[in-house]
Design a protein around this ligand. Structure first.
Ligand code: MV4
Length: 447
C-alpha cells in the first residue's frame, strides 16, 4: 500500500479523496494555488504545497510543479480527481517515469479513449454496441453522403479530438451535409489542432446512461451498474441517479456484463465510465471516461462500496475488494449538483458564503469543501457541493430529497438549489420520464 498520496485537485473532490486516504491510514499531501490557501482540503491534509498563482494552467495543470511537489514531499502516488490532469496521458506517463503511481489507468488506455474514433473502434472490437456510422475518419464529401445515405438522416458529425459535446454538427438532410462536414472539420482543426471527424446516426430523444466499470489490473473486470445523467444543460450534468429509471434488472445486467467483459479483455486498470445513448430499448456507445466521475456517489450509495478505496487498492496492486457477485444494487440514489450560479441563467455567482447549513438525517450525504465565511474564488468550476440522497426505492428517495433541499441553506451567493426545489415537484421528474433534451426545454418554457 502507498505511504503518501498527493492529491492534485481542489474543492469537494480533493476532500473526497482525502477522506479515503485517511480511512486507509495513508499520509496526504495537497497542492493548491494561491487562491485556495483557505480551502478546507488544505486545512485537513497532513501537508500542503502551494504550486502557483490562481490560473489553472499555472497551478493545477502545471505538471512540473506537481512532480516537484511529489519529489519534495516523498509522495509515492498521485490521485488526480476529475477534470484538470485526470485524463492527461502525458501526465500519467511522466509520473510513471518518475516511479510515482498515477491512480488511474495507463497512459496508453487514456490515450485510446481520448481519441474518440479510436475509442469507438476499440469499443466495437470488444463487443460493445456502438452508434451506426462511419468506420473511422471521414474527409471526403462523396464518402460522407454514401455513409449518411446508408445509415439514414439525420446524422451527426463529431470531432475525434472532441468529446463531452464539443465539436458536433447535425445534418438533417443531404442538403445540410456538405456545410456540416466542412464546418465540423474547420472548427475541430481550430479548436483541437486535429480536424479528424466521424459520422454517426443522430439519435433524437435518447437518454444518457453510463456504466461504472473497474479493471483490477490483473485482467479482471467488474461493473457497478449504471447512472442516468440525462438531466443536463449545455453538456453540464445537473442531476444524476442510480439506477436509471428507464432500465430493468435484466437490461442492467446485460449491458453491465458486456462492459465488464470488455474492460477485462482490454486489460484496463482502475475506474472507468462507459457512456451510452439509450433509445427504444437499445444501447449505443458514445465515449469512455477514464477517471472517477463527479456523480460517483450515487453508485456508492446503492452498492455500499467506496469507489475511491477501490481505486487506491487497484493502483497499489492489491486488486478489487469485491467480485461481481458481491455487488448488489440496493434502493435508489439521486445527486443534485449545487453550483454557485444563478438557478435560471447559470451565470457564475462567486463571492462570500455568509451562511452554510447542510441537511442531515437518514440517507443524506453532502460532499462539499465550503463553509460559512468561505470566499469562492472566481477562477474555477462553479460546483460548490453535491447533495446525494438514498432511499429504499425512488419514491422514498424523492421524499427525502424534497425534505433535504428544504433544510439546505446557502446564503450570500446564488446557487442552483431553487432549481432542484422546482424539479423535485415536477410530474415528469417524479415519473422518471425525461431524455437529454428535457431540462433545456423546461428552462426555455419557464423563462
Ligand atoms: C450524440 C447525440 C445524438 N446522436 N450522438 C453530446 C455529448 C457527447 N458525449 C455526445 N453527445 C451527443 N451525441 C448521436 N449519434 C446527442 C448528444 C447529445 C447529448 C448526449 C448526452 C448528454 C447530453 C446531450 C446533449 C445534447 C446532445
Amino acid at each position: 500500500m502507498f505511504q503518501k498520496i498527493l492529491i492534485a485537485n481542489r474543492g469537494e473532490i480533493a476532500l473526497r479523496v482525502l477522506r479515503a486516504c485517511k480511512e486507509l491510514g495513508i499520509q496526504t499531501v495537497v497542492v493548491h494555488s494561491t487562491a485556495d490557501a483557505d480551502a478546507m482540503h488544505v486545512r485537513l491534509a497532513d501537508e500542503s504545497v502551494c504550486i502557483g498563482p490562481p490560473p489553472s494552467r499555472d497551478s493545477y495543470l502545471n505538471i512540473h510543479q506537481i512532480v516537484a511537489a511529489c519529489e519534495i514531499t516523498g509522495a509515492d502516488a498521485v490521485h488526480p480527481g476529475y477534470g484538470f490532469l485526470s485524463e492527461n496521458a502525458k501526465f500519467a506517463d511522466i509520473l510513471a517515469a518518475h516511479n510515482i503511481t498515477f491512480i488511474g489507468p495507463s497512459g496508453d488506455h487514456i490515450r485510446i479513449m481520448g481519441d474518440k474514433i479510436e475509442a469507438k473502434r476499440t469499443a466495437k472490437r470488444l463487443g460493445i454496441p456502438v452508434v451506426p456510422g462511419s468506420d473511422g475518419a471521414v474527409t471526403d464529401e462523396k464518402e460522407a453522403k454514401r455513409i449518411a445515405g446508408e445509415i439514414g438522416y439525420p446524422v451527426i458529425i463529431k470531432a475525434s479530438a472532441g468529446g463531452g459535446g464539443r465539436g458536433m454538427k447535425v445534418a438533417l438532410t443531404e442538403e445540410d451535409l456538405e456545410i456540416a462536414l466542412q464546418t465540423a472539420r474547420s472548427e475541430a482543426g481550430a479548436a483541437f489542432g486535429d480536424d479528424a471527424v466521424y459520422i454517426e446516426k443522430y439519435l433524437q430523444k435518447p437518454r444518457h446512461i453510463e456504466v461504472q466499470v473497474f479493471g483490477d489490473g490483473f485482467g479482471r473486470g467488474v461493473h457497478f451498474g449504471e447512472r442516468d445523467c440525462s438531466l443536463q444543460r449545455r453538456h453540464q450534468k445537473v442531476w444524476e441517479e442510480a439506477n436509471s429509471p428507464a432500465l430493468n434488472a435484466e437490461e442492467r445486467s446485460r449491458i453491465g456484463g458486456i462492459c465488464a467483459r470488455a474492460i477485462a479483455d482490454l486489460g484496463y486498470s482502475g475506474a472507468g465510465t462507459i457512456e451510452f445513448l439509450y433509445e427504444n430499448g437499445e444501447f449505443y456507445f458514445i465515449e469512455m471516461n477514464t477517471r472517477l466521475q463527479v456523480e460517483h456517489p450515487v453508485t456508492e450509495a446503492i452498492t455500499g462500496i467506496d469507489l475511491v478505496h477501490e481505486q487506491i487498492r487497484v493502483a497499489s496492486g492489491g486488486g478489487l475488494s469485491v467480485k461481481q457477485e458481491d455487488i448488489k444494487f440496493n434502493g435508489h440514489a439521486i445527486e443534485c449538483r449545487i453550483n454557485a450560479e444563478d438557478p435560471r441563467t447559470f451565470t457564475p455567482s462567486p463571492g462570500t458564503i455568509t451562511h452554510f447549513h447542510t441537511p442531515g438525517g437518514l440517507g443524506i450525504r453532502v460532499d462539499s469543501g465550503v463553509y460559512s465565511g468561505y470566499k469562492i474564488p472566481p477562477y474555477y468550476d462553479s460546483l460548490i457541493g453535491k447533495l446525494i440522497v438514498h432511499g429504499r426505492n425512488r419514491v422514498e428517495c424523492m421524499m427525502r430529497l424534497r425534505r433535504a433541499l428544504d433544510e439546505f441553506v446557502v446564503d450570500g451567493i446564488k446557487t442552483t438549489l431553487p432549481l432542484f426545489r422546482d424539479l423535485v415537484g415536477n410530474a415528469d421528474i417524479a415519473n422518471g420520464d425525461y431524455d437529454i433534451h428535457w431540462l433545456e426545454k423546461y428552462l426555455a418554457k419557464e423563462e
